[in-house]
Write a protein that binds this ligand. Structure first.
Ligand SMILES: N[C@@H](CCC(=O)N[C@@H](CS)C(=O)NCC(=O)O)C(=O)O
Length: 212
């Protein structure tokens, strides 16, 4: 198996899951900020131009954070990354989908890649309205999303159930982005972030990434 990852990206969640599982895997670092995800070589692997990408031992390619996480959990049942309890499992899926689709895709997307959300019409462009309002909207979405998840974590250590699982690795990557854009995590998410960060697997990944 080989994980394609890039510094400061959501692929850290996938890397953490691989490290928690503990089976052999390779990694390849991609310069996402430098545009390497849009190089012909990378697009030949993932035409969506995104990390994470997981190439399986048979050469087949998995994309999309949630799909990769679920596959890793299903084929490594001894790692208990998904619960056998239907309610816990669906709760984990709901958190993961909300983080990936809304908090990351809609909210942080607007903060990190504002220009992609800018109206392209000539009036907007001529007036040079800039990306300020897009960023502001992104921040509001992230803050609202964090507030919702914070309430859902009330009285819980982990996102779903009483063990670390795929929803925790997902939540961790957006929690990690919050201070980078001066967004304060609400108390339950702050506690969750600290708990996940302490895990030996997470520390190993942070060391490999050269990030704190
Ligand atoms: N829906 C995708 C989103 C992945 C994603 O947005 N990856 C970012 C890094 S966090 C990326 O590779 N961006 C490169 C680009 O859009 O140019 C998933 O869940 O895997």
């Amino acid at each position: 198996m080989k994980l394609y990852w890039g510094p400061h990206t959501c692929a850290i969640g996938t890397h953490i899951l691989l490290e928690e599982i503990g089976k052999p895997y390779e990694t390849e670092k991609i310069d996402v900020q430098g545009g390497q995800t849009h190089s012909p070589e990378f697009l030949a692997i993932n035409p969506k131009g995104k990390v994470p990408v997981l190439v399986r031992d048979d050469g087949s390619v998995l994309t999309e954070f949630g799909a990769i996480a679920k596959w890793l959990a299903i084929v490594n049942p001894e790692s208990h990354l998904v619960s056998r309890d239907a309610d816990e499992d669906v709760r984990a899926s709901a958190i993961m989908d909300y983080v990936v689709g809304t908090i990351h895709g809609q909210g942080f997307g607007r903060i990190f890649l504002s220009e992609r959300f800018e109206p392209q019409d000539p009036v907007h462009q001529t007036l040079g309205l800039g990306t300020g309002s897009v960023k502001k909207q992104g921040r509001k979405m992230v803050e609202e999303g964090f507030a919702i998840l914070d309430r859902q974590l009330d009285g819980r250590s982990y996102a779903a159930g009483d063990k670390f699982g795929i929803a925790d690795a997902t939540l961790f990557y957006v929690e990690r982005w919050a201070p980078q854009v001066d967004i304060e995590l609400p108390a339950n998410l702050q506690a969750h972030y600290a708990l996940v960060r302490e895990r030996p697997a997470v520390q190993r990944v942070l060391n490999t990434w050269g990030e704190k």
